[in-house]
Design a protein around this ligand. Structure first.
Ligand code: HEC
Ligand code: CU
Length: 355
């Protein structure tokens, strides 16, 4: 896409944002629409890749056809009422049944209905086929495992050195197909990034897959789309689509071990981490902490959010989360932690050094 058309698109986007805000102020029912758009970027109506574009085209076709059928039905009803009223005013008896005319009308309506439904069926099947057919070009493979209530993300590289794990934030290069190999550790979840593709369930003990491609750089919000328990609503993820060079730089950094802490506070924070329960559930590459019961924290500080999109990744939010995750995400599989203020400060400094 050329730079100018991208600019124009971004401009139109801003404009729509502005008018949406004006609408929200003026019209309470528009709140419902506002909720669909969300604070962050998540919309089926703004496709950013070939799959979601096909789904969007199908949706628009269905909307147009349904609108035409609806308008025609309403017009026919109004016409019948008007014709009846005219006969009554003229003192004529109610319409005598015109057998031939009625048969013709019903036949035309039946044929039109079947034709429309068949068109939908064929179109729908063809969209389903093109969105699920395996990508032809060199695809990137990412394994995603659903947990109550977060996403484990592993970049599957043929070489063991290139394989690395992260959580809740998935970086992908634009213009390259990405195959997601999906699994779940506990209950059924569903992987859905509306701007990029349709949904696919993650089922314990069974591998499913899905692929999509992003054509426009951006941060796209995704959401678990299958009710999976108490904190289902707080099980979001972000797909960060970047130009290939930027993606390669990110992947290079993500593959590396966490740098050993240098300043004294971070050194102490690492000791707190290893001494307390944290190391029983979390992995930090290059340290003795090697459990995958919770999200991998090797590059925690480079992520935008914590707790699957629940909080922005700031020092204050991290502190609140570590001290009492149950207040923020009741039922989450991380216990509260009683730490002395100085231990907590040191721990935060260490976690924030994990870039
Ligand atoms: C019993 C296992 C367990 C223990 C112990 C534990 N955690 Fe967690 N932790 C989790 C789980 C599970 C999550 C994901 C919760 C969610 O998002 O629903 C999590 C999430 C986090 C996150 C957010 C990560 C992200 O990317 O979203 C941080 C930071 C974190 N834990 C730090 C700690 C620290 C520091 C300690 C020790 C003081 C600790 N955890 C102890 C299981 C644990
Ligand atoms: Cu869910």
């Amino acid at each position: 896409m050329s730079g100018t058309s991208q600019g124009r698109r971004a401009g139109a986007h801003e404009e729509r944002r502005g008018s949406a805000r004006a609408l929200l102020r003026s019209c309470p029912p528009a709140l419902l629409l506002g909720a669909c758009r969300g604070a962050t970027y998540q919309s089926v109506l703004e496709p950013k890749g070939p799959q979601s574009a096909r789904v969007h085209d199908l949706w628009r076709f269905a909307l147009i056809v349904a609108t035409v059928v609806f308008v025609l039905t309403v017009l026919a009803t109004l016409w019948a009422a008007w014709a009846g009223a005219r006969r009554r005013r003229a003192g004529l008896p109610p319409d005598l049944v015109d057998e031939r005319g009625m048969t013709r009308g019903v036949t035309i309506a039946t044929v039109a209905t079947v034709a429309i439904l068949m068109t939908f069926l064929v179109y729908d099947l063809s969209v389903g086929r093109t969105t699920t057919r395996a990508p032809s070009r060199n695809a990137l493979t990412i394994e995603v495992t659903g947990h109550q209530w977060w996403w484990e993300v592993t970049y599957a590289d043929p070489s063991p050195r290139g394989r690395f794990t992260t959580a809740n934030e998935i970086h992908i290069p634009v213009g390259r197909p990405v195959v997601f190999v999906l699994n779940a550790s506990d209950v059924i979840h569903s992987f859905w990034v509306p701007n990029l593709s349709g949904k696919r369930d993650l089922i314990p003990g069974r591998t499913t897959s899905l692929w999509f491609q992003a054509d426009t750089p951006g941060v796209y919000r995704g959401q678990c789309a299958e009710f999976c328990g108490y904190q289902h609503a707080k099980m979001a993820l972000f797909v960060v689509a970047e130009p290939p060079a930027q993606y390669a730089a990110w992947a290079q950094a993500a593959m590396s071990q966490a740098p050993p802490p240098s300043d004294p506070a971070a050194v102490r924070g690492q000791q707190v981490f290893m001494k307390s329960s944290c190391a029983l559930c979390h992995n930090i590459e290059g340290t003795p902490a090697g459990s995958h019961a919770g999200p991998d924290l090797t590059h925690l500080a480079s992520r935008r959010t914590i707790a699957a999109g629940t909080l922005r990744n700031t020092r204050g939010n991290l502190a609140g989360w570590i001290v009492d995750p149950q207040r923020i995400k009741p039922g989450a599989n991380m216990p509260p932690n009683q730490l002395s203020p100085s231990d907590l400060e040191a721990l935060l400094t260490y976690l924030q050094s994990l870039r």
